[in-house]
Write a protein that binds this ligand. Structure first.
Ligand SMILES: [Zn+2]
Ligand SMILES: [Zn+2]
Length: 384
C-alpha cells in the first residue's frame, strides 16, 4: 500500500468549505502516477496558500479513470470542474480540528525533504515515503490525544431514518450537501424531536453534515444511484430502506403525520419503558402517540361502557378471553383497548370509539409485537 499527499489550491477550489461538508469530496484529480495510486492507499490532504498544511486524511476508493468532469459546487470557476480529467475515487475519513501547518512540517527532520515542500508545483498526487507517512501520522496523533473528544451520539432511530429517507428520495438525482436548505431544515427538525434525551456531542448531534452523510448512506443502498464509493450506514438503515423505499406514498404519509404531530405539539416526550420491543415500523414517536391514545382513560371507559351495554360482557375481540369469567370480581370491567387505525392515518385525528378494539392483555401485546403491526382480524386467523 502506497501513501500520498493530495494538494488542493483554495484559489481554484473552496477546499475548506468542501471539508466542512461531509461526503462532498468523492473524487480527486490525478495528473501523474495514475497506475501507481490504488484502491486502499491512504493519503493526507494538503491545502496550499497562506495557511498551507495538512488538513485531512482519507483513503482511495476507486482506481484512476478518465472522467468527463466533476460537477462539484466548490469550484471557484464551475468551468474548471467540468474539464475531462483523470480522477480517483476518494473518501475523507478525518478532518483535523487543528491542521498540521507548513511550519510544523518543515521543522520536522523526517519531513523536510517531502516533495510538497521541494516541488509544490508538481501536480497531484505527491508520493510519500513510508518514513514521511509515519512522521505525518505522529503529528496527527499528537492532536488526537490532547483534544478531548466528546462521547458518541446515539445511533439514528427509525423515525429519524424515515425522515432522512424521505428527503433522500426527493433529492436522489443530485444529493444535497450540508449547505442545502432542506438538509438544514431536517437537521433542525431532528434536533427538536423528543427521541434522544442523551446527546453527548451536542454540537454534532444530527448537524447538517451528519444529515448529508446519512443521505450518502442511503445512496449506498440505492441500486439506482449512479455514483460509487458511498459508505454504508448501520443495519437499521437497510431495514428502513427495504420497508419504505418501495412505498413512497406510505413513507410520505408517515413523514407528514410525524411533522403534523410535532407542529401540534402532540408527540409524547416520555419514552415507554418497553418501546424498543414494541416499536412500530413507523418509529417510536408515532408508537408513543398510539399507546398514549389507547390508554386515554375517558375514551376507554366510553368504549367499554358501549360494548358492555350492547353485549352484557367484555371479551377480547381476538381470542374471546373474558376477565370477569376467569378472575371473577377481580377481573370485572377489565379489558384493554387497541387503536386499530394505521399509525400514519391515526396521526393527528381525534380517536372515535369505532377506532378502538377491546382486546385482552396477551392479544394486545401480540398485536404490537408483529412488524408491521397486525390488525385484530389478522391475529385472529393466526391463533393456534
Ligand atoms: Zn385475547
Ligand atoms: Zn395498541
Amino acid at each position: 500500500m502506497a501513501h500520498w499527499l493530495l494538494q488542493a489550491n483554495p484559489d481554484a477550489y473552496r477546499i475548506f468549505d468542501a471539508l466542512a461538508d461531509t461526503g462532498a469530496i468523492r473524487t480527486w484529480t490525478v495528473a501523474r502516477y495514475r497506475h501507481d495510486i490504488a484502491v486502499g492507499d491512504e493519503f493526507a490532504l494538503w491545502a496550499s496558500g497562506q495557511k498551507s498544511g495538512v488538513y485531512a486524511f482519507g483513503v482511495v476508493t476507486e482506481p484512476a479513470e478518465q472522467q468527463p468532469g466533476d460537477p462539484d459546487r466548490y469550484w471557484q470557476d464551475p468551468a474548471s470542474g467540468n474539464r475531462p480529467t483523470w480522477r480517483v475515487g476518494i473518501r475523507i475519513d478525518d478532518v483535523l480540528n487543528t491542521p498540521i501547518l507548513r511550519g510544523e512540517i518543515s521543522s520536522d527532520p523526517a519531513l523536510v525533504n517531502t516533495a510538497i515542500l521541494r516541488m509544490p508545483g508538481g501536480g497531484n498526487p505527491f508520493p510519500l515515503t513510508e518514513a514521511e507517512w509515519q512522521a505525518i501520522l505522529s503529528h496527527r496523533a499528537e492532536r488526537t490525544s490532547d483534544q478531548v473528544r466528546p462521547g458518541r451520539n446515539p445511533t439514528w432511530a427509525r423515525d429519524e431514518l424515515i425522515l432522512a429517507l424521505e428527503l433522500y428520495l426527493r433529492r436522489r438525482r443530485h444529493l444535497p450537501g450540508a449547505d442545502d436548505p432542506d438538509v438544514q431544515e431536517l437537521s433542525a427538525f431532528l434536533n427538536s424531536l423528543p427521541i434522544h434525551t442523551v446527546r453527548p456531542d451536542l454540537e454534532r448531534f444530527r448537524n447538517p453534515n451528519g444529515v448529508a452523510l446519512k443521505l450518502a448512506n442511503f445512496a449506498a443502498l440505492d441500486p439506482q444511484y449512479p455514483g460509487a464509493g458511498m459508505r454504508a450506514g448501520g443495519r437499521l438503515d437497510a431495514v428502513v430502506w427495504d420497508r419504505f423505499a418501495p412505498r413512497p406514498d406510505e413513507l410520505g404519509h408517515v413523514v407528514e403525520t410525524i411533522r403534523n404531530a410535532a407542529a401540534a405539539s402532540l408527540l409524547p416526550s416520555v419514552p415507554e419503558a418497553d418501546e424498543e420491543e414494541f416499536e412500530a415500523d413507523e418509529g417510536r414517536l408515532l408508537t408513543r402517540l398510539h399507546r398514549r391514545r389507547e390508554r386515554s382513560a375517558a375514551l376507554v371507559k366510553r368504549k367499554k361502557d358501549a360494548v358492555h351495554k350492547a353485549h352484557g360482557t367484555l371479551s377480547c375481540e381476538v381470542c374471546g378471553f373474558d376477565f370477569a369469567r376467569r378472575y371473577g370480581d377481580l377481573g370485572a370491567g377489565f379489558i384493554e383497548a387497541h387503536h386499530i387505525l394505521p399509525l400514519a392515518t391515526a396521526g393527528t385525528t381525534t380517536t372515535r370509539l369505532a377506532d378502538l378494539a377491546l382486546v385482552c392483555s396477551n392479544c394486545h401485546r401480540m398485536l404490537h409485537r408483529a412488524k408491521p403491526w397486525m390488525t385484530p382480524a389478522t391475529l385472529q386467523t393466526q391463533l393456534a
